[in-house]
Design a protein around this ligand. Structure first.
Ligand SMILES: [Zn+2]
Ligand SMILES: [Zn+2]
Length: 252
């Protein structure tokens, strides 16, 4: 299995998890033609698309995905919030089961377990994904805190949005307004909170940690990568357009 990054950050998010036979899309925040290119035009192998929340950088291109009749999965709140983007008769599917709770899904050969995250949107979620080739994958973005730990992790995509010190300097220099600082703190994962969340988990089986949604103004991609690598001893990547890596249960 490979992970391809189409885009990561406030300009637009989209990731592809795929092998020769099947593909799972994460987020719909980038023009779909870029995803098509990564798929080599093979839309037929796409089993679904998971969307974490309705903000434009995650759901702004949801209509293009739906227009290919790709099943899109999101929470009821996200689907409501993304209404303005949806022009197709083919509608997204709600993550909630008949009891209103998030249900475990089988999408192709991917088992997907949604969990609630903490962000300034209607009903944001993250996903724990399991596939025979990837093992356990954590996908957590746009959350100021990660209130869970996960068993059997092999690969991780986690937000590492800002550094508290850089954010504070930007406020003092007048480049970030104090109100925006408060919004960032209540909606995105800081470097320190990201590291704490990683350390709370058993990382022994983890092959890759991919840092996603790094802020262009309040982040430090290379510093974050070095810091997380030193603290975890793991292979750490910074997500950016065109990053393409092996994403397997085994280290190769
Ligand atoms: Zn975002
Ligand atoms: Zn957001």
């Amino acid at each position: 299995m490979r992970l391809d990054v189409i885009g990561s950050g406030s300009e637009g998010n989209a990731y592809v998890l795929h092998n020769e036979r099947e593909a799972l899309l994460l987020e719909a925040g980038m023009p779909f033609k870029k995803t098509l290119k990564v798929l080599g035009g093979n839309v037929g192998k796409v089993v679904g698309c998971l969307v974490t929340h309705e903000h434009g950088d995650h759901a702004g291109h949801i209509n293009e995905v739906l227009s290919y009749t790709i099943p899109v999965y999101a929470s009821e709140g996200t689907i409501e919030g993304a209404r303005k983007y949806i022009k197709t008769d083919f509608q997204p599917k709600a993550l909630q089961g008949s009891d209103g709770d998030f249900a475990r899904l089988l999408i192709g050969n991917f088992t997907v377990i949604p969990f609630a995250t903490k962000h300034d949107s209607a009903q944001p979620v993250g996903f724990y994904i399991w596939h025979e080739e990837t093992g356990g994958v954590l996908f957590a973005t746009d959350t100021f805190y990660l209130p869970y730990t996960f068993a059997g992790l092999n690969n991780i995509l986690i937000e590492c949005n800002y550094d508290e010190g850089i954010l504070q300097d930007n406020v003092e220099r007048g480049e970030v307004l104090p109100a925006l600082r408060e919004r960032v703190r209540r909606s995105h994962l800081s470097y320190t909170t990201c590291l704490d969340a990683l350390k709370a988990n058993d990382l022994r089986g983890v092959n890759n940690i991919v840092l996603i949604h790094i802020s262009a103004t309040n982040g430090d991609p290379l510093g974050f990568r070095e810091g997380i690598r030193a603290a975890t001893g793991k292979r750490v990547h910074v997500a950016k357009e065109n990053l393409s890596i092996h994403f397997n249960k085994t280290p190769f």
